[in-house]
Design a protein around this ligand. Sequence first.
Ligand code: BG6
Length: 494
Amino acid sequence: MPTERRSLIMLFGATGDLATRKLYPAMYNLFKKGNIRDHFAVIGTSRHSVDDAKFRDIVTKSVNDAEKKADKKLVADFIKHFFFVTHDVTDLEHYSVLKDKAEELDKEFKLNGNRVFYISMAPNFFGTVAKNLKNQGLLSEGNGFNRLVIEKPFGRDFESAKELNDALSHSFNEDQIYRIDHYLGKEMIQNIEAIRFGNTLFEALWNNRYIDNIQVTLAENLGVEERAGYYDNSGALRDMVQNHIMQIVSLLAMEQPVAFKDVDIRAEKVKALRSLRVYNVAEASTNFVRGQYAAGGNGKEYREEDGVPADSNTETFVAGKLLFDNYRWSGVPFYIRTGKKLADKFTRVDVVFKKPLVDIFSFPQDGNTLLSPNVLTIHIEPNQGFSLVVNAKNGDQGFHTEPVNLDFYESSQRTQNTPQPYERLIHDVLKGDGTNFSSWPEVANAWKFVDQIRRVWDIQQPMFPNYLPGSMGPVAADELLARDHREWIYKLNQ
Ligand code: BG6
């Protein structure tokens, strides 16, 4: 039997898109599995005037949309734990209503004073809510816990992120703050640690002696869709690189943690990020490439999308080379790329090993092929698994080698039953496990790196649009590797 977690969850932005698409189905799954059951209650808040009955309808619909054959009786039991308070986050009087409701539900559901405050609203309100929660006495005193969950974006550069962090620190300690990066809730991202630290085969070779380069690709085939208002102010560098890609890279680059515990893992990630070389202007211009999609495949170019200014210089694609100045990684580039309207939707990591120093199988007179590098590919999504390219004899009369793939993919049955990121992450918050959240020093170091690229880009005029929908980005992204006599392992038409 799973351990039942006890807590009040106070959700700011309870009628918003994230809550209805992800959070309620995730909570329902936790309920179904018994991770939450009798002793939890949710107070949803937003400016809308919604009563409990209407709120429960919203939650029911959200669960039924996510799970077509949801058990009616279970859903009916689940929604009995949901309550709504109309709330303006800037109005202090509204906090006393919330406080009374929280105390009432604490008694009714025997929540032991445990409180999770989940802010899923526009980022300019994060600081206000955190401050008011403390000043208006909503933080539980006594033995119960107080935990703050906060969605992205966490600032738009180091300065604004620091300001926000200072505002949050007024009310919450760092170990009470859970900054969501939903990539950290993905099964195969979590698997990076298992693959590295659970296998002598890999960890022994996980350094600059044996690895030639590492490639991280987060590709999307959709465009900006309805999010131009947010996206045009952000761009791919802030939207994907500062958070998701930096997190993945830090898991790949970090040293082995002393123990598999949040504090130990965070400490190693921070050390890795601190040894990431922050570029000067010349290095930033050479090592980073940006792109913006053109029209194609019945789609409009980015600058013609609804809500996007016609002269927008926002990048919808980024590729870059990252270098770590430490003993393990010196000389090993980490190439990263991400973009909208690319060939497909997938996330993968390719770890490219060095070729054997001597190739005794190369008989040029026989036209034999050279050995291929061993490549470990971690397939994050949509397939979940990994593959390893090894050289083997190809079975013909002579002695010719060819690369063969050792593949492992999770079965679709197993992936269907694997918890979705938000289910894991909410569960982690309730357990008090900060492993899969971004700590402030990680966020700060990631911003310091990204800010330098942004600074350079802000003064240089881009040549946009510069890539076609359905491609893998601008030609310059291939040239970035070609200059180093390398190429992307994932290419089109594979
Ligand atoms: C979000 C970005 O953080 O991640 C979106 O804001 C992006 O622009 C999304 O589409 C991608 O997430 P996933 O899980 O679909 O790969």
